[in-house]
Design a protein around this ligand. Structure first.
Ligand SMILES: Cc1ncc(COP(=O)(O)O)c(C=O)c1O
Length: 505
């Protein structure tokens, strides 16, 4: 259905509203929902070339959102080439379908490259595109959260072990391997987790994967149907939320306080849910641990509703007071918890090895899903990792890194207290790879991030971890991947930028 085939006619706000509401129900922010609605209607040809869009005031009133949100969205669509805004006349669709080597063009990006029309994609392909997001990488003009220091990895020992592994079993390692993972590695992993994390499982329940990301992707495939609701933390890890959305599931945000995810709200959600993705040991990024009372409530809910708990235990190796919280999986008597771990933080993300521990009844479908996804995780790095753990390099590396990261955290904490005290007084967290520095409110966060960006400095804020814009504000600094000079210089530079701003924004 075309909303307007006549360039002079206005576009009906009702047509926009229906799709906008649908995206909102899928857990998108208002701005993202409006952006996607208009973009999809333009590229599908439902909004024709030169069709006039509703004035921002009218559309804002119709959708019950702020005029600012509409203005920002129109601005973004204009920058992307979908619409043109003419002073005194309004906003018009400027995108024209064209053909290139037999394909329709969506638009031309800022480099002049043609983009494909979305409707050529499958429904799943479209949901992947919608959920796409930038990966986290260490940046030099930043203190990127959640990154380990790759410069301190004992690469020579690793390469030596790798050579040894090839010498001892080239034929086995260079051929096809078990989709579930090398049994030696699975045994090492489970022994470590039983001892350190109180996990209750056997090596048969371990599936070696390339990452937490893949583990979660297997869960979405095997456990849920499109349209199912999965609860996620708000704020929380965007990689997980986006992945849940990309699988056609509803990622329903649930708030977090000092005792972790608000399990009462989750339990009382009237639409119900088929699962939950949670970081109970050390919430990402706030660092709280889920209280025992909430753990028991969550387990009882999962048992009652036959829902699945996906526990992401991504950085428990980095606890600086020697007291780690035991896993939720170890407390689960009902076999409703799937436990995800990764070597991306404890070793290096480029290794691409993580693991998924599943209840016994889920082993066959999960292994099948892994096999269909990529066959198996590369065997040579698995064997090298087995040797690295077995020869005690892993324990030694963790001991070293814990000491270094703890010292860096203290340096960052002191620097923030010394140079940014006007804005924030953060508490020292017990662990993790980032420091959250609370601000007066979200508006202050936005102003500080923009002021830093204007000087070429990328600063992360709570907004980067939220689905819906939060009322509260905080800056989030990573410290593990940066040496003391880099940390102190970054904070000093920020301090001089912020000193030009009024003290209360
Ligand atoms: C909560 C959380 N889980 C998982 C990951 C990434 O793990 P992987 O590289 O194994 O996908 C991250 C990375 O930032 C994270 O913050």
């Amino acid at each position: 259905m075309k909303h307007s085939s006549d360039s002079q006619q206005g576009v009906s706000t009702e047509a926009i509203q229906a799709s906008f509401n649908q995206h909102l129900r899928q857990g998108m922010t208002r701005k993202a929902a409006l952006h996607l609605t208009i973009k999809q209607q333009v590229t599908a040809g439902e909004l024709c070339y030169q069709a006039k869009l509703p004035p921002s005031r009218v559309l804002a009133a119709q959708l019950a959102i702020s005029r600012d949100t509409v203005e920002l969205t129109y601005g973004q669509l204009e920058a992307e080439g979908y619409i043109a805004r003419v002073v005194g006349r309004g906003s018009f669709v400027s995108y024209q379908q064209d053909t290139l080597i037999g394909r329709e063009l969506l638009a031309v990006d800022h480099m002049g490259h043609a983009l494909l029309v979305e409707r050529e994609l499958s429904a799943h392909g479209r949901s992947l595109l919608i959920a796409a997001h930038a990966p986290h990488t260490r940046r030099s003009g930043s203190l990127t959260p959640s990154m380990p220091d790759l410069r301190l990895f004992p690469i020579d020992s690793w390469l030596q072990l790798e050579r040894q592994a090839v010498r001892q079993g080239a034929e086995r390692l260079l051929g096809y391997a078990d989709p579930q993972g090398l049994v030696e590695l699975r045994e090492e992993i489970i022994e470590y987790l039983r001892r350190e994390r109180g996990v209750k499982a056997s090596a048969e329940q371990v599936i070696v994967v390339t990452s937490s990301q893949q583990a979660l992707s297997l869960c979405t495939q095997v456990l849920f149907n499109p349209g199912d609701r999965v609860f996620v933390e708000e704020p929380g890890y965007q990689g997980a939320k986006k992945l849940v959305q990309s699988a056609g599931l509803i990622a329903q945000p649930i708030g977090v306080d000092q005792s972790g995810m608000d399990i009462d709200t989750l339990v009382q959600t009237k639409e119900g849910g088929r699962g939950v993705y949670i970081t109970p040991s050390h919430h990402y990024p706030l660092g709280y641990s889920l209280s025992i009372e909430r753990r028991l409530k969550l387990l009882a809910w999962a048992q009652r509703e036959k829902a699945w708990i996906i526990e992401d235990d991504y950085d428990s190796e980095f606890n600086y007071n020697g007291l780690t919280t035991a896993s939720l999986q170890g407390l689960d008597q009902y076999q409703r918890t799937l436990y995800i771990g990764t070597f991306s933080k404890s070793l290096f993300p480029g290794l691409r090895i993580g693991f998924l521990i599943v209840p016994p009844q889920l082993i066959p479908p999960m292994v099948a899903a892994k096999q269909f996804q990529d066959g198996y995780t590369s065997a040579l790095p698995q064997m090298t990792l087995f040797k690295f753990i077995n020869d005690d390099f892993y324990a030694e590396h963790l001991r070293n890194m814990r000491k270094i990261y703890q010292a860096r955290l203290e340096i960052l904490h002191t620097a923030v207290h010394q140079y940014l005290a006007t804005w924030t007084q953060p508490r020292l967290p017990q662990g993790g790879l980032q420091l959250v520095c609370p601000l007066a409110d979200a508006a202050t966060e936005r102003q500080l991030i923009l002021a830093a960006a204007a000087q070429g400095m990328k600063v992360y804020g709570l907004i980067d971890f939220y689905t819906h814009p939060p009322g509260e504000g905080a800056l989030v600094f990573g410290f593990a991947a940066y040496n003391p000079d880099e940390i102190v210089n970054f904070i000093k530079k920020l301090s001089s930028i912020f000193s030009t701003l009024p003290e209360s924004i």
